[in-house]
Every structure is written in structure tokens, then in C-alpha cells.
Design a protein around this ligand. Structure first.
Ligand SMILES: CC(C)(COP(=O)(O)OP(=O)(O)OC[C@H]1O[C@@H](n2cnc3c(N)ncnc32)[C@H](O)[C@@H]1OP(=O)(O)O)[C@@H](O)C(=O)NCCC(=O)NCCS
Length: 238
């Protein structure tokens, strides 16, 4: 009987993507990725029962370097945790960008500085191309907050309404960054401000995030928020 529930089944198919249900993240191997990521199929998502994040994250280092692996993390409505501490003497300001253009600009500056430059060697050809062509087509459907230290941009969080694998709505964290230059107290303050905003946006809808397998620090941050991984998507690196 057990075997029947452990089957790998296709649960969604589009012209260039597949989504499968697997019994565990451990079932995802290079052989399994290559069985489905072929021809016109550009991405294969593997949905698995949520797990507590292991100490070193879920890195999928056993998967061939020919593929990029991106995890889906989630937390139910109202369940995201408050992180950080309210400061005694505030150093940071959380503001909403006045226009979509301001948000777009802040996204490009922070994404290039804190993500693309740092992780270039891990990004796929398509991801590098998209990062280098600065019009993020989804920006006008997003809401964002910026973290400022005086007038310096030291963080940004961006949310969009999205659909989960089961078709129900959620809010997806499209971008999150906190400057590595912040000291411990400022980082606590940044966590406090950012998670207060995220929690306000998690009252009615689950919160989700897509995080590369190589980005262990981000995986651990989102796990501290209460999010657990329950999906991994494989793409070709080139
Ligand atoms: C992701 C990000 C917003 C997290 O915020 P942060 O303030 O750095 O989060 P933390 O400092 O709490 O780090 C999270 C955990 O990772 C650990 N960590 C720190 N450096 C690490 C490293 N190089 N590798 C692995 N884990 C690391 C921390 O110890 C912490 O765990 P702990 O609380 O149990 O000690 C921030 O690191 C960032 O902006 N990264 C660059 C942009 C990015 O990758 N954005 C996310 C895209 S999905």
C-alpha cells in the first residue's frame, strides 16, 4: 500500500513546464531531473511534503551542475514570525517607494549589488540575461518597502500576489535584501521592520518565497520567519 502513495505523479503540464509530486525531496536526483527536463520543457517543479530546513539548508549538491535548482518555501496565513528587535534609538527608516519607477530603480540597484555580483557563477545564462536587461515586467503588480540608513538604501522587500501549486492565492516574496554592511544592532532593526511589514501582508494569505539552492543564508533567514521548503524547480543552466 505504501508504494502506491510514494509514486511520482505529474500534477500539472504546460507547453514548456511540468510539475510533479514526489514522496520526498530526497527522491529528486539528476536522473529524475533528466527524465523530465527535455525537449521543449524548460522547468520541472517537484512538490514534496514540507520539511524542517536542515542546518546547512537544502543545497541539492548531488544534482549535476548542468541544472539550477530553486526551492519554494511557504508559511500559512498569519503564521510568519516576527524577527529582530525594536531599536532603542532607531537608525533605519522603512519607506514605501513613491512610484513604481522608484521601486524598479531600487530593485535594479540592490539586485545587481547584493545578488547578481555576488552569485554570478551560480546563475543560469537566462538569469544573467534577464538581470542585465533592466525592465522587470512584473514590477507594476508588486508592493515594496525600502530600508534607508540616512539616505542610503540598505534593504528592500517586494511582494506580489501569486498562485500556489494548488491554485490558491498567496503573496510571494519576489525580492528581499539586507545590506551585508549592517552591523548586528542595525541588522536586528532591519529584521524587525521588514518582518513587521511581511506579517501585515501575511494576515490573510500564505507567504511564499523562491530561493536558489546555493543561497543558504537566504534559506536560513526565510526558515527563521517560519517558512518551510516544499518544492524545488529544476532549470537548465545554459
Ligand atoms: C537573504 C537576506 C535578506 C537575509 O538577511 P540577513 O540579515 O543576511 O539574515 P541573517 O543574518 O539572519 O542570516 C540568516 C542565517 O544565515 C546564517 N549565515 C550568515 N552568513 C552565512 C553564510 N555565508 N552561509 C550560510 N549561512 C549564513 C546566519 O548565521 C543566520 O542564521 P542564524 O540566525 O541561525 O545565525 C540577506 O542575506 C541578503 O540580502 N542576501 C543577498 C540578497 C539575497 O540573496 N536575497 C534573497 C534572494 S532569494
Amino acid at each position: 500500500m505504501k508504494k502506491a502513495t510514494q509514486k511520482i505523479e505529474i500534477i500539472k503540464r504546460t507547453k514548456d513546464s511540468l510539475r510533479l509530486r514526489v514522496p520526498s525531496h530526497k527522491a529528486v536526483t539528476t536522473e529524475l531531473v533528466e527524465r523530465y527536463l527535455r525537449g521543449k520543457i524548460k522547468s520541472v517543479g517537484f512538490l514534496f511534503p514540507p520539511v524542517k530546513l536542515p542546518k546547512d539548508g537544502l543545497q541539492f549538491t548531488h544534482i549535476s551542475g548542468k541544472y539550477s535548482m530553486k526551492l519554494g518555501f511557504g508559511v500559512d496565513a498569519g503564521k510568519a514570525r516576527q524577527l529582530g528587535k525594536p531599536p532603542r534609538k532607531p537608525k533605519l527608516r522603512l519607506i514605501v517607494p513613491a512610484t513604481i519607477e522608484e521601486a524598479r530603480k531600487a530593485y535594479h540597484v540592490t539586485h545587481t549589488k547584493y545578488f547578481v555580483n555576488k552569485f554570478k557563477q551560480h546563475l543560469s545564462t537566462k538569469e544573467k540575461y534577464v538581470a542585465g536587461h533592466p525592465t522587470w515586467r512584473w514590477m507594476d503588480k508588486t508592493i515594496s518597502v525600502l530600508l534607508l540608513r540616512d539616505s542610503e538604501l540598505v534593504g528592500m522587500f517586494t511582494l506580489i500576489r501569486w498562485k500556489m501549486a494548488d491554485g490558491n492565492p498567496c503573496r510571494l516574496i519576489l525580492w528581499s535584501c539586507i545590506s551585508p554592511e549592517l552591523g548586528a544592532a542595525e541588522r536586528q532593526e532591519a529584521h524587525y521592520q521588514a518582518t513587521r511589514w511581511l506579517r501585515r501582508n501575511n494576515l490573510e494569505l500564505p507567504l511564499r518565497a523562491a530561493i536558489h539552492a546555493f543561497n543558504v543564508r537566504s534559506q536560513k533567514f526565510h526558515a527563521k520567519l517560519g517558512m518551510r521548503p516544499n518544492m524545488v524547480t529544476a532549470f537548465r543552466m545554459h
